[in-house]
Design a protein around this ligand. Structure first.
Ligand code: PLP
Length: 418
C-alpha cells in the first residue's frame, strides 16, 4: 500500500496538507495527485515496452474525470472504452478516435453506429454483434474478444474471463468468428481477452497469454496475420498495509516471454484501469459525528456508499487514516460509516483509529479507481467535488453537483402540479 508523509501531524498528499485541501474545497472531496498518476502510467508502460512494442489503452471506466483523462492523453496513452459516453468523454479530453478501442458487451445497433461514426474501432464481443456490425460499418478494423477460460479478480463480481462468462466469444468458436469476419469484408487486426479486475498474481496472465498465443497460431494457418495481442486489464493494487505490490517487471518478463517465443505478433496492448488511477487519489471526508452504541463505536463521516460504493458492493478494504492526527497512537476500533440510511453504508469496519472527534478529516486511501465513477445520487445526495493536486498546488477539477441539478431531467405531469 502507498505510504504518505506528514508535516506537523498533518498528512501530505501531492505535496499539499490534506486539511488545506478540505478547507479550501469542502468535503467530501476526491483529490488526485497528478504526478503519481503520470508515474503509474509510465511505470506500467516502461515495464513492458522494454521487452516488446507495447501500447497502453487506459481502461477509462475506472475514472473518467476529464482532468485525469487529459493528463493521460498528454502522456500518450490510448483508451479502452466500454460505452458511447466514455468514447465521447475521451474525445472531449483530447484523445483521437484512432487512440481508442471500444469493448462493449451487449451492445445495441445504435451504439455500434455512434461509435463507428466517430471512427473508433470495435472489439467485437459476440457473433451476433459481428453480424449486426457488418450491416453498419465494415471499413474500420476490428478485433475479437475471446473468453479465454481463465478468470481472475478481487471479487466474483469482477471476474470476467472464466468459461461460461457473459463476456467474449467462446474459445471453440473464435476461429469461425475470424473466418466469418473475412467473408463479411472486415479486416480483423487483433485478438483480445480480459480475465478480470484486481488480480495480484502473474500466473493467470501467463495462462491467458498461452491461450491467446495458441489462437493466434491456429489463425495463422488459416491465413490471418494479426497486428496485436490485447491482454486486457486487471493488474491489481495493494489496498492493505504490508500487502505487496505486484511485481510488474516480473509480470512483464513472463508474459512478453511467452508472446515472443510462441508468436510473431509485434504489438502488445494492455488495458490497465485500476493500476493507473487507484493510488493516485484519496477521498477526504469530514467526521461529523462520533457514536458509542455500546456494542460498537462509530465514526460518522459525510461520505457514504453514494460517494464510494466499493466497500458496500464488493466488501473491499480501503485503508483509513485521520489526516489531521496522522500517525498518532490508536485508541480503539471503530466502524467508519456514512449518511446513507442503510446499515450496509460503511466505508470501513473495525479500524484502530487515534481518538476520532467531530471535525477530524478522515482520509480514505486508494479511492481513484471505481470511486467517483461508481458514485450515485442515492438518498438525493449530489455528486461530490474533485480536485487535482500537483506539487503542493491544488485546482478544483469538478464542482460539487447542486441539488437543483438532480431534478433537471424530471417533469411533474400538469395534473399533479401544485
Ligand atoms: C474493466 C476493464 C479493464 C480494466 O480493468 P482494471 O482491473 O481496472 O485494470 C480492461 N479491459 C476491459 C475490457 C475492461 O472491461
Amino acid at each position: 500500500m502507498r505510504e504518505f508523509e506528514s508535516e506537523d501531524g498533518v498528512m501530505l498528499f501531492g505535496g499539499a496538507r490534506v486539511t488545506d485541501l478540505a478547507d479550501e474545497f469542502g468535503t467530501p472531496l476526491y483529490a488526485v495527485d497528478e504526478d503519481r498518476l503520470r508515474e503509474n502510467y509510465r511505470g506500467v508502460r516502461d515495464a513492458f515496452s522494454k521487452h516488446i512494442d507495447t501500447r497502453i489503452h487506459y481502461a477509462c471506466k475506472a475514472n473518467t474525470g476529464l482532468a485525469v483523462l487529459a493528463a493521460l492523453a498528454q502522456e500518450g496513452s490510448g483508451i479502452d472504452a466500454v460505452s458511447i459516453g466514455e468514447v465521447m468523454t475521451c474525445l472531449k479530453a483530447g484523445f483521437r478516435p484512432e487512440d481508442m478501442m471500444y469493448t462493449g458487451v451487449n451492445v445495441s445497433d445504435a451504439e455500434l453506429k455512434a461509435v463507428t461514426d466517430l471512427g473508433v474501432m470495435v472489439n467485437v464481443d459476440s457473433l451476433s454483434e459481428l453480424e449486426r456490425l457488418s450491416r453498419i460499418n465494415t471499413e474500420l478494423p476490428i478485433s475479437f474478444r475471446v473468453t479465454p477460460g481463465v478468470g481472475s479478480g478481487h471479487s466474483a463480481k469482477v471476474t470476467t474471463g472464466h468459461d461460461g462468462s457473459k463476456f467474449g466469444i467462446p474459445r471453440d468458436r473464435i476461429a469461425g468468428a475470424y473466418r466469418r469476419a473475412r467473408e463479411l469484408g472486415f479486416k480483423a487486426t487483433g485478438i483480445h481477452a480480459h480475465i478480470g479486475s484486481g488480480g495480484q498474481r502473474a500466473e493467470p496472465f501467463e495462462d491467458e497469454m498461452e491461450v491467446l498465443a495458441g489462437i493466434v497460431n491456429e489463425l495463422k494457418e488459416d491465413g490471418f496475420d494479426l497486428d496485436f495481442i490485447d491482454l486486457g486489464g486487471g493488474i491489481g493494487v495493494p489496498y492493505r498495509p504490508n500487502e505487496d505490490e505486484m511485481d510488474l517487471e516480473d509480470l512483464a518478463e513472463r508474459v512478453t516471454g511467452i508472446m515472443r517465443e510462441e508468436t510473431d505478433v509485434e504489438t502488445l496492448i494492455l488495458e490497465p484501469g485500476r493500476y493507473i488511477v487507484c493510488d493516485a487519489s484519496v477521498l477526504l471526508t469530514r467526521c461529523v459525528d462520533v457514536k458509542d452504541s455500546g456494542a460498537k463505536r462509530y465514526v460518522g463521516v459525510d461520505a457514504g456508499f453514494n460517494t464510494l460504493i466499493r466497500p458496500a458492493m464488493y466488501d473491499s478494504y480501503h485503508h483509513v487514516a485521520i489526516g489531521n492526527r496522522f500517525g498518532k497512537a490508536c485508541t480503539a476500533k471503530y466502524d467508519v460509516v456514512g449518511p446513507i440510511c442503510e446499515s450496509g453504508d460503511a466505508l470501513a469496519h473495525d479500524r484502530a483509529l487515534p481518538d476520532p472527534r467531530e471535525g477530524d478529516l478522515v482520509v480514505i486511501y486508494n479511492a481513484g479507481a471505481y470511486g467517483f465513477s461508481m458514485s450515485s445520487n442515492y438518498n438525493s445526495r449530489p455528486l461530490c467535488r474533485e480536485a487535482m493536486v500537483r506539487r503542493g498546488k491544488a485546482e478544483l477539477v469538478r464542482e460539487a453537483e447542486g441539488i437543483e441539478e438532480m431534478w433537471r431531467h424530471q417533469r411533474i405531469p400538469e395534473r399533479l402540479a401544485r
